[in-house]
Design a protein around this ligand. Structure first.
Ligand SMILES: *Cc1c(COP(=O)(O)O)cnc(C)c1O
Length: 455
């Protein structure tokens, strides 16, 4: 340990933020509104309230309030697993022999194994407060479903999770964690919804997709009295809740007078990255400070680096509102890569707008390179990272090696969003040398982009 920065910087409970920070308040160009797919008019509060909880609709539409108070009940729950540590990656620095100073914010210290619990508990709280019976959602890889099950279990709400059928069969352990917390887990396509029945009839052996599970979950919410639909990423409200990550990071760094040069995070729907960068982006937007910010996406699902900034559907069933975002087209089917949480065709409208204005950068990385980085990180820093998080590790290592070459002492902060205990099939493939990289062709992407709706 060469200087006075401890290996882990913890905050006390008193130092934890009492507000979420809404970066939209500091954006001159606001993210584009969600549109009604039938009328192409902005979704009204009333329309959104049929699908989502009222208070969450207010947060979704609020482009102006800079700080939104975190209710006491949510802060109490956060106390169970927050503040999360900010770790100085001394061992990684040593391994790489880099002059760069590397920090990571570790969000894997709860049973769901990821940052998703930060928003799940908020969404469950508002559903409870509204007097609802329960919520519905979809899950692919399973982290979101697990986080939501923990949150609804805590508040005594029903939780119906439509789980993509192939994951339901391949990840029985995730499924059992959800059931243990009290959720009902339904393989999708199911026989419980019109859309599910229709897909089962047309494609009897369908193993499902995230887009199909979303369509089922939305239908289940709007057709069952006392239920609403909740979503674990992409939406403005989710980025708002995840701002707890960035604010804790900033408080911890400020305690030691550290200013990062570079902030790196993986980006699927954009919620962890949006949350991690929020207060830093606020300073950047207000002209107080500058930071280099990098979104890292899989080469197999490169929405920022190869997609187009247009209005598109959020689901394959085309029943959800239209969002203006960097997208590969809602019919884009990413190859079966092992970072399930990053396989989304679009990107948060907030991050899309910031990227379009050149305020953040994006890179894409290949799967085998990601797992090389994951393995190195696990060995030297001790944490078994989630494949999603390992995208950020890859780019951090690449940047730290550039610093070594150029003899630059940059300070890099990256988001370590979760642990990889439920992804051991992926690690097995990698360890056996059976992992491949699939990169879509321009033609593949053009085909699905051409199907975006005309707005
Ligand atoms: C879901 C997930 C992600 C990606 O989602 P974002 O909304 O882009 O943050 C990243 N890491 C982990 C561990 C996840 O579970």
């Amino acid at each position: 340990m060469n200087d006075k920065i401890p290996y882990k910087i913890y905050l006390s409970e008193d130092e934890m933020p009492k507000n979420w920070y809404n970066v939209r308040a500091d954006m001159k160009e606001k993210p584009a509104p969600l549109l009604n797919p039938a009328t192409k008019e902005p979704m009204t509060r009333e329309e959104l309230s049929q699908v989502f909880c009222e208070e969450l609709v207010n947060q979704e539409l609020d482009n102006d309030t800079r700080y939104i108070e975190i209710p006491k009940e949510i802060r109490d729950f956060y106390n169970m697993y927050r503040p999360s540590p900010l770790v100085r990656a001394y061992f990684l620095e040593k391994e790489l022999q880099t002059p760069a100073k590397i920090y990571y914010k570790f969000e894997g210290n709860n049973t769901s194994g990821s940052h998703k619990l930060n928003s799940a508990i908020a969404q469950a709280y508002y559903a409870k407060k509204q007097g609802l019976k329960g919520v519905t959602t979809e899950t692919g890889a399973g982290q979101w479903g697990t986080a939501l099950s923990m949150a609804t279990g805590y508040f005594g709400l029903d939780c119906k999770v439509f789980m993509v059928k192939c994951s339901y069969e391949q990840k029985p352990f995730r499924r059992e964690v959800m059931r243990t917390y009290g959720a009902e887990v339904i393989p999708s396509p199911s026989m419980e919804t019109n859309i599910g029945r229709q897909i089962n009839k047309e494609l009897p052996n369908s193993t499902g997709s995230l887009g199909c599970a979303i369509s089922e979950a939305v239908e289940a919410a709007v057709t069952n009295e006392g239920y609403r639909y909740v979503l674990g990423s992409v939406l403005n409200q989710v980025l708002l809740h995840q701002s707890i990550i960035g604010q804790e990071t900033k408080i911890a760094l400020d305690k030691y007078g550290i200013k990062p040069d570079m902030i790196i995070g993986c980006a699927g729907g954009g919620s962890n990255l949006g949350g991690l960068i929020a207060p830093f982006m606020g300073e950047k937007l207000r002209g107080e400070n500058d930071y280099e910010i990098i979104a890292v996406e899989p080469a197999s699902c490169p929405s920022l680096t190869r997609g187009k900034y247009v209005y598109d559907f959020c689901d394959t069933g085309c029943i959800c509102p239209l969002a203006k975002m960097y997208t590969l087209g809602s019919k884009f089917m990413p190859s079966a890569n092992h970072a399930g949480g990053l396989r989304y065709h679009g990107m948060s409208t907030i991050l899309s707008e910031l990227y379009d204005k050149g305020l953040i950068k994006a890179v894409s990385v290949e799967q085998t390179k990601v797992f090389e980085a994951a393995k190195l990180f696990a060995r030297v820093e001790g944490i078994l990272p989630a494949p999603e998080s390992s995208h950020a590790i890859r780019t951090t290592i690449d940047e730290a090696l550039k610093c070594k070459e150029n003899n630059e002492e940059k300070t890099i902060v990256f988001g370590l969003t979760g642990t990889g205990y439920f992804d051991l099939v992926a690690y097995q493939k990698f360890n056996d040398g059976e992992m491949s990289d699939y990169i879509p062709t321009d033609e593949d992407i053009q085909k699905t982009l051409a199907m975006c709706p005309k707005v």
